[in-house]
Design a protein around this ligand. Structure first.
Ligand code: 3HC
Length: 722
């Protein structure tokens, strides 16, 4: 079956309108490219056609190259059209160099290959709200349809580099002021203006421009080299593990030095090599997995329609509650924030104000918008105004009996349709709802701190939570621009539970002789935003110890028991907030190693009765990474085995968006599969013999390793092979 097409319609004015049709985003599949070639050839040949306008169906120009086709290319399947033919033969020779002028009429999206197609046209007309960008780097590749050559020639090198290296799209009005589009019009006038523009080019009333050969915007060689040098330094700093941003800069430079046509060929060569890279495979996995988290079997396939949420109640104005309130009012939800006394309430409201003010300071929000947004927040000390809320999110301290009391009160004061959510990060939701008769509408809405910034929303369902409530919360998650992941109920849910061994393994290693700062360095070099010790400092030892207790209670056989955090906390070294933990913090919150930490480690070692193991003192970076992450992978296996996560890809997304696992490694399980279940099992088995049950491989890992089955294979897939 064909994946997309274009249609050609010739008007009485002699303008051929070529429309791309490939829902939902008019992506450019091989079939669309083949069809574009046919319709452009036809339009160029037909006597009754004077000029050409290309546009996308249903208000979307094009979301770019069909990302599914990367998979086809990676498998080495030869397709009907190769991207090489697209960039030179189709875009450059047929469209840009065609016998008749072409104009792109852009509404909605012109991203990646979509913008490249538009740039190959001889002019571009856009709506002010259309989004134009080259986000290819986000997928581990560079633009492959001439984008590296045409964009710098249309908007100048510095802006083009910024757009490509950040993958951020710009709106039509900015594109107009930069010269990327030639005119801005309303949606209603888009096609008529584009038609007239095309005819004006024919009649020489407007210039017939080939962007590839424009010279007025591109900087002279010396200046260009300086800009490129700066961009290289920035790219290396921002993503030291990534090569493709540097390849992108090289290809741009090649085009400036050797000319744009040579640049096109360089671009193609680099594009094809990058498509086969592990980085590209990982980032494409992340792209589709992120969109897959909101497809929950047995829940989102029932045809349920999310109910409208008009008003939200939040209990607790602490760090989490105020962050959640901020996220909601930023998406225009009216919020009632409840606290226990005036002082706490004022502090909570002030936190929300401060969150918004920081956006104003950064220029992301106007004073006027600040006023409108904060007006959506109302404070209260009682439940009076909860009688018409559609959703409540409880965000008080982690205390079971307090939460139980709150939920019985909520049941009394909130309407019967209201979603009753808790932001607990560890407590069993069945316990929280135990004293109510509303267990079917109780759900976990676990945000990550700071809640208005961190992108993940862990939605926790119990066996009783109704599918409608899950569908409602998924919808709210999407509206507040979070990536939701639906998981089952257990201690720590998916993210905290999977990542618990991260700090545990680190504590094990230092008690056995490894160095705190070397561990953090190896882990940040791997691509985590911070190592386990820096993370414990950030979270605070109080939370670290309390979470540890939960795990000791629930998974005693595999918790590594260390006194190190308690010893340090006793000495008021409780993390970044106290200005000292594993690091010392200066006034600018810069973390500096502290030789004194050694004394605490020695004390803790003697309490645990552990001796230094010479093998663990001088570990290679690879060993550090494996000894920290394989226990994390092992726990992920248990979480999959118990059905807490429905699919491995959900854990990949949860680890990337909740813990900052490097997306270019594809998420935790994807990365583990790149190493192989057999290898991970053999390492853990070896360590469990040497160092005890903390490293004991799980049954799920053992079974998959025995048959060489990937950890990400679904239970059904695995069963058919076991
Ligand atoms: C040769 C060239 O230089 C190479 C390229 O062009 S690489 C591709 C460059 N393009 C991109 O990176 C754009 C990627 N897409 C996006 O950023 C966003 O999807 C978007 C801004 C287009 C739309 O966002 P939004 O409205 O939130 O919808 P979103 O849920 O993301 O996507 C809707 C559907 O379209 C699909 N889709 C989006 N872009 C796609 C693409 N380029 N190819 C294939 N499918 C795509 C999504 O997978 C999703 O499918 P689903 O409904 O089955 O899950």
């Amino acid at each position: 079956m064909d994946k997309g097409r274009t249609v050609l319609e010739v008007g009485a004015d002699g303008v051929a309108i070529i429309t791309i049709i490939n829902p939902p985003v008019n992506s450019l599949s091989f079939d669309v490219f083949r069809s574009l070639k046919e319709t452009f050839d036809e339009a160029n040949e037909r006597e009754d056609v004077k000029a050409i306008v290309v546009t996308g169906a249903k208000g979307k120009f094009s979301g770019g190259f069909d990302i599914n086709a990367f998979g086809i290319m990676q498998k080495g399947v030869v397709e009907k059209t190769s991207p090489g033919l697209v960039s030179v033969d189709l875009l450059t020779d047929t469209i840009e160099g065609g016998r008749k002028p072409s104009v792109a009429a852009i509404d909605g999206l012109a991203l990646g290959g979509g913008l490249e197609l538009a740039m190959a046209c001889n002019a571009r007309i856009s709506t002010p709200v259309a989004q134009l960008g080259l986000p290819e780097l986000q997928l581990g590749v560079i633009p492959g349809g001439g984008g590296t050559q045409r964009l710098p020639r249309l908007v100048g090198l510095a802006k083009a580099l910024e757009m490509m290296l950040t993958s951020k799209a710009i709106k039509g009005d900015e594109a107009h002021s930069l010269g990327l589009v030639d005119a801005l019009v309303s949606r209603e006038n888009l096609l008529d203006t584009a038609r007239q523009w095309a005819l004006d080019i024919v009649d020489r009333r407007r210039p017939w421009v080939a962007s590839l050969y424009k010279t007025d915007k591109i900087e002279p060689l010396g200046e260009a080299r300086e800009i490129l040098k700066f961009a290289r330094t920035q790219a290396k700093k921002r993503a030291p593990n990534l090569n493709h941003p540097l390849v992108c800069i090289d290809v741009i430079e090649d085009g400036i030095v050797a000319g744009p046509r040579a640049g096109l060929w360089k671009e193609l060569e680099a594009f094809e090599a990058l498509v086969a890279s592990d980085t590209c495979k990982s980032l494409i996995h992340i792209f589709f997995s992120q969109r897959g988290t909101s497809k929950v079997p047995g829940v989102t396939d029932r045809g349920l329609v999310p109910r409208q949420v008009k008003k939200v109640g939040i209990l607790g104005g602490g760090l989490m509650g105020s962050g959640i309130a901020t996220a909601l009012i930023l998406s225009n939800y009216p919020v009632i924030l409840k606290e226990v006394n005036e002082k706490f309430l004022e502090a909570g409201v002030n936190r929300v104000k401060a969150n918004l003010q920081s956006r104003v300071k950064k220029g992301k929000m106007t004073e006027e918008k600040f006023g409108k947004t904060i007006a959506l927040l109302k404070g209260t000390l009682d439940y009076e105004s909860f009688k018409d809320v559609d959703l409540v999110i409880e965000a008080v301290i982690e205390n079971v009996s307090l939460k139980q009391q709150i939920f019985t009160e909520l049941e009394k004061y909130c309407p019967p349709h209201c979603i009753l959510a808790s932001n607990t990060s560890t407590i069993d939701l069945n316990l929280i709802g135990k004293k109510t008769k509303s267990e079917d509408r109780i759900i976990g809405a676990h945000f990550f701190s700071p809640a208005h910034v961190m992108p993940l929303l862990e939605i926790v369902r119990t066996k009783q939570t109704s599918p409608q409530i899950i569908v409602d919360l998924l919808d709210i998650g999407r509206k507040i621009r979070k990536t939701p992941v639906v998981v089952g109920n257990c201690t720590g849910f998916a993210v905290n539970r999977v990542f618990f061994p991260y700090a545990q393994a680190a504590l094990f290693l230092v008690e056995h002789g490894a160095d705190v700062y070397q561990i953090d360095k190896a882990i940040t070099k791997f691509g985590m935003p911070m190592g386990p010790f820096r993370l414990v400092d950030l979270v605070g030892f109080g939370v670290g110890i309390a979470t540890g207790m939960q795990f000791i209670e629930n998974f005693p056989e595999r918790t590594y028991k260390s006194m190190l955090l308690s010893l340090m906390q006793e000495d008021k070294r409780s993390g970044e907030a106290a200005h000292k933990g594993f690091y010392l913090y200066d006034d600018r919150r810069r973390a500096n190693p502290d030789p004194e930490v050694k004394n605490y480690i020695e004390k803790s070692r003697s309490i645990s009765g552990v001796t230094v193991d010479p093998k663990l003192v001088k570990l290679s970076e690879k060993d550090i990474i494996e000894m920290i992450f394989f226990p994390v992978v092992n726990e992920a296996c248990r979480v999959l085995d118990e059905g807490i996560a429905v699919k491995a890809a959900d854990l990949d997304i949860a680890t990337v968006f909740g813990m900052g696992f490097p997306p270019y490694r594809g998420g935790l399980v994807f990365w583990a599969d790149s190493l192989g279940s057999k290898y991970i099992y053999s390492r853990l088995a070896e360590w469990s013999k040497l160092y005890g049950d903390f490293f004991n491989p799980s049954a799920y890992l053992a079974a998959r390793a025995a048959k060489g089955i990937p950890l990400s294979a679904s239970v059904e897939q695995a069963q058919s092979r076991l």
